[in-house]
Design a protein around this ligand. Structure first.
Ligand code: FES
Ligand code: FES
Length: 162
């Protein structure tokens, strides 16, 4: 059955646009095409890899599995919106630890980590690793460096913006 067109007010990184698109258009396409934000990666497109992860109302979601019709009244944050005009703490620590190889998975992982360390009290290392294990794939050899970055973020210096 063909998708119906729907008009929805979509807010990404504090910018709101009225979009008329097929109602099942994935948020992934909306952020990359309609908002021209290319930091959110298109990986599997099937909810398996986590490369497309963004935040909706502060919670990590797979944007390839999030349709237009579900976005009315929701606040979407992409990697570009974590610390507008600056570099977020998560990005800074991932950079310092060189926690990427090809980098395709990295922005999605950083979004999930940012959401987790924004929680108070902080989640345990086990909780963070369990969530990453469930939601993200990295095909390169960056795992140890990603773990080092997470350990630092779960340490003392997490009071600044995630
Ligand atoms: S591109 Fe969305 S989970 Fe892989
Ligand atoms: S760094 Fe290449 S997929 Fe993770």
């Amino acid at each position: 059955m063909a998708s119906a067109l729907q008009t929805v007010s979509v807010t990404v990184n504090e910018e709101t646009r009225l979009l008329t698109l097929p109602d099942d258009t994935p948020l992934l396409f909306i952020v990359r095409q309609d908002f021209a934000l290319k930091g959110t990666r298109h990986g599997c497109g099937e909810g398996q890899c986590g490369a497309c992860t963004v935040l909706v109302n502060g919670l990590p979601v797979q944007s390839c599995q999030t349709p237009l019709w579900s976005l009315a009244g929701q606040k979407v944050t992409t990697i570009e919106g974590l610390a507008p005009g600056a570099i977020s703490l998560v990005q800074q620590v991932f950079l310092e630890e060189q926690a990427a190889q090809c980098g395709y998975c990295t922005n999605g992982i950083m979004m999930t980590v940012a959401a987790l360390i924004a929680r108070r009290p902080l989640p345990s290392r086990h909780d963070v690793l369990e969530m990453l294990d469930e939601r993200h794939l990295c095909r390169c050899g960056a795992h140890i460096r990603i773990l080092r970055a997470i350990d630092r973020l779960l340490g003392a210096d997490v009071e600044t913006k995630a």
